[in-house]
Ligand binder design. Sequence first.
Ligand SMILES: Nc1ncnc2c1ncn2[C@@H]1O[C@H](COP(=O)(O)OP(=O)(O)OP(=O)(O)O)[C@@H](O)[C@H]1O
Length: 650
Amino acid sequence: MKWFRVTSRQPAATAPGTPPAAGDTAAVPAARSAGPQPSAPPELDYNGRKHRRAMDDATLWDMARRIPMALAQSARLAWSVDRRMTVTILLCQLLSGLGTAVMLTAVSKALPHLATSDARTGLRQAWPALTVAVAAMATGAGMWILADWATRRLNPKIASAADLTLVDLHMRAELSAYDTEGFTDRSQAAEIGALRAVDLADDAKTLTNGFVQLVSAATVLTSLHPLLLGVLVLSVVPRGLGGVIAARIDYRVHDRTLSARNVRGMMRWWLTTSELADELRANTMRPYLHSWYRAMCDRVEGRELEGARPYLLVTLLAASLAGLFTLGMWASLAALALSGAMSTAIAGTAIVASQTAGRALNSIVRYGAVMFHHGLYLSDYYTFVDEVRSMTTSRGTTQAEAPRRISLREAEFTYPGKDAPALRPVTLTLNRGEVVALVGENGAGKSTLIRMLTGLTVPTGGTVLWDDTDLATTDAESVWRHVGLVPQKNGHWPLRARENITLGQPREHGDERVWDAAERVGMTERLHGLPDRLDTLLARSVWGGHELSGGQWQRLACARAMYREPAVLVLDEPTSEMDARGEHLIFRELREMAPDRITVVVTHRLDNVRMADRVIVLDRGRIREEGTFDALVATEGSLLGELYALAQDR
Ligand SMILES: Nc1ncnc2c1ncn2[C@@H]1O[C@H](COP(=O)(O)OP(=O)(O)OP(=O)(O)O)[C@@H](O)[C@H]1O
């Protein structure tokens, strides 16, 4: 590092590596303007993507098995949100298939007449069949439009239902669900399933329509002449195979760029959000981040370009093969007609039918691949829904009353997947009217203890009682109705100022209590200064929203907890971002409110601990000390005394 020696007159550069000078000169590091080139971004994988190589790995049998399952799952979702539209789509599909069958049969009836030498007579004899063919085609088109309308009505409902189920389950799950291994990955995969649900009805409809059309064409042809089924198979198989290979290449390119695109997408938020804009600029992070982002763009671009060539080759090959087979089919039909084994009219119908079947097959291949992928994610979605449903908070039906006493009896807690407990057996009683301060170094177990006291988690050993009610068998919602919690990380809810205070409470007439809560945390003036006062939207990221400072947000979180007038008021580092005036106000309010409730405060600012009736000092998951602040600080060798002395040593 380079050092400049700064004197009172003029800065003078010294050789690199020269140590800072002592005495009346101070040494400051030089700003670094150049340095080694940043390393390229690593190959990151996006955890939530489980099915990266699914298309590559899947056999045709896998696909054949998975696609009907996906269709059945789509039908189940559709049925659950709108039965009328689901039935409409199914009926339309059947009628459109029937239309195709009628059209092909009518064409086979009309063709012999049209093949006669006298065109006028031929047309006269063929017109009833031709009219039926046109009517059948029109009916098929009408059914398609009707199905499309029904799908458009169904799509948003399916998407909302899938999304709502997922969001609601997350909000109702036991906290321990978040700590189970791979929860986030499974949650992300399920979210992709819910996102894909938007297109589900559309894609399922197109695929089933392809099947219906293909079956109609095959049925009509077989009924006309058994040999025609073989001819049809010959004409569609190469197209089908070509389509599958092209789809695989497409998906391979998609897979190879997927993690880079996802990581780039995540990084995009970091680079453009105002929340990190200060840090990014003041710490001159832009050049590195720009080159990082550029490298990701290049990676995606390069891989997409690499995929273009094989895709072109395969599609060309598939199209050539399909052309050759079509030629072969025509030649076979001509040979059959010339040998008298088949009438010219039937051969003509076979050509029309093969066109219909070809189009149907294109849909089947294309949308079969899409539904195959939908199916994988839908399975994740359903598996996750079942998993979280079994983990929703349902502990018992006993209704909790506002406690006069909270007792922990040998209560301990070990996080899922961890060997050592975060909290070792704790026996403790908290009484109404008391303010208890929880103190301890980082990781001592304070937040874990708070979660157990408030019924957010159930102890993995021992019991937590509210009076005589065991929280492990009590309806959790009824417990939380008596709790007001200011957690370490509180939400900056993108809602109006009013809701940021009343959130979680039933709506009341009038704002009297809202202003009262604002006054308790010193926010009255600030809220009056907002353009629409309590109606102002508090979220800069939302159009028309307003932002508060970190300390002001924390004051609102305290106001929210106070507004609840809870029987159990718990605050985890409630004033870490507040100025001295705000902090003083909050602790004064807590004291005033204390007689009617059990109050628990976690704080690292030990001067605040003086106001507590009792201090509990946690150390590595154990209660190490308990008593009044003055007594503990005065005790020789106490941890609180040591921490307090460190806090004063500046
Ligand atoms: N969700 C979790 N999963 C696994 N371990 C956890 C989890 N949350 C906390 N822990 C661990 O449990 C121990 C206690 O954590 P806790 O958050 O209760 O400490 P704390 O005293 O509140 O710390 P701080 O003062 O830093 O907030 C720590 O070792 C921590 O790493």
